[in-house]
Design a protein around this ligand. Structure first.
Ligand SMILES: Nc1nc2c(ncn2[C@@H]2O[C@H](COP(=O)(O)OP(=O)(O)OP(=O)(O)O)[C@@H](O)[C@H]2O)c(=O)[nH]1
Ligand SMILES: [Mg+2]
Length: 282
């Protein structure tokens, strides 16, 4: 059988995590319309009749934000390229090729690894995909180009087939029922963090992390205790909101998704703490 690693790489927000989820066929990585959602190397496993491809979702290459997180995330992207069999380079045709895109492409251009170019977001109308032609002209630098919509899951199968063609002979790396390297606590934390990203704008999402302390499976309900950590007292106030409205909203959104995904009733206890050191633990 065939088996190998496929890294999904590109600048922030192009749809890498959405694409991985679609390729695997289930939601593994959290996604957001805000940049820098992904902070870890997240594996998503695709099992096919011919074998197994392990996708590695990576943090987006990000140039502008001068927070201490960016350097850490960039290192993770570099690390992700070691030992992979194939690179999927994702671009967003609604955004121009600027410094960030060039920096992103610069991380892979010299590598002697097969590369596929994915021009994502094909569901958007042509007038929004203003830079389509510029990205298409990159085709010659890649082994093949694909135009697809990760969000709508359209034109995905040809990419899946191509990926399997590139996989070498080998034994499966994950047992059939295991689709990711994320442990249960981390997965829950990512869903909660996704909700924080969806509710707040500006700097709040970049000031926070979520840590899950305890998951207790009781007879009829799962009780989860988690903390939202933020750098500053003023953000803590915003996250809690007036009369606790915001934290309640985050909790409800996360609980709903967790209940759907696990098919269990969930009790989610969320608290907000100021902790400047969360970045060191990423
Ligand atoms: N219209 C459209 N939107 C998409 C598509 N794929 C992803 N998106 C949206 O683009 C945004 C970013 O998606 P993500 O998958 O989180 O992007 P990412 O590249 O993983 O971002 P980072 O983890 O921050 O680097 C989200 O709002 C997605 O819903 C697509 O095919 N079409
Ligand atoms: Mg992502």
């Amino acid at each position: 059988m065939k088996s190998g690693f496929v890294v999904i790489i590109g600048r922030s927000n192009v749809g890498k995590s959405t694409l991985m989820n679609t390729l695997v066929g289930t939601k593994i990585a959290a996604t957001s319309f805000r940049a820098q959602m992904t902070r870890h190397l997240i594996h998503g496993v695709m099992n096919t009749p011919t074998g197994q491809a392990v996708f590695i979702d990576t943090p987006g290459v990000f140039k502008d934000r001068k927070n201490p997180l960016t350097a850490k995330l960039t290192n993770k992207v570099k690390e992700s390229l070691e030992g992979v069999n194939l690179i999927i380079y994702v671009v967003d045709p609604t955004r121009e090729i600027g410094d960030e895109e060039k920096a992103s492409y610069g991380m892979i251009r010299h590598l002697d690894i097969p590369k596929l170019l994915v021009i994502n977001k094909s569901d958007l109308p042509p007038e929004k995909r203003k830079h389509q032609d510029e990205y298409e002209s990159w085709e010659e630098n890649f082994d093949q180009m694909f135009q697809l919509s990760a969000l709508r899951a359209s034109h995905i199968q040809p990419l899946r087939n191509k990926v399997m063609e590139y996989m070498p002979e080998g034994e499966e790396m994950y047992p059939n029922e295991q689709l990711t390297n994320l442990d249960h606590h981390f997965w829950i934390a990512e869903i909660i963090r996704e909700k924080v990203f969806s509710i707040f704008d500006k700097e709040v999402p970049y000031s926070i992390n979520v840590e899950v302390d305890n998951v207790e499976e009781k007879k009829d309900i799962t009780v989860i205790t988690a903390r939202i950590l933020t750098n500053e007292e003023r953000y803590k106030k915003i996250i809690i909101g007036q009369k606790g409205h915001k934290i309640k909203e985050i909790g409800q959104m996360a609980r709903k998704e967790l209940e759907q995904a696990t098919n269990r009733k969930i009790f989610l206890e969320l608290e907000v703490f100021v902790d400047k050191h969360w970045i060191e633990r990423i």
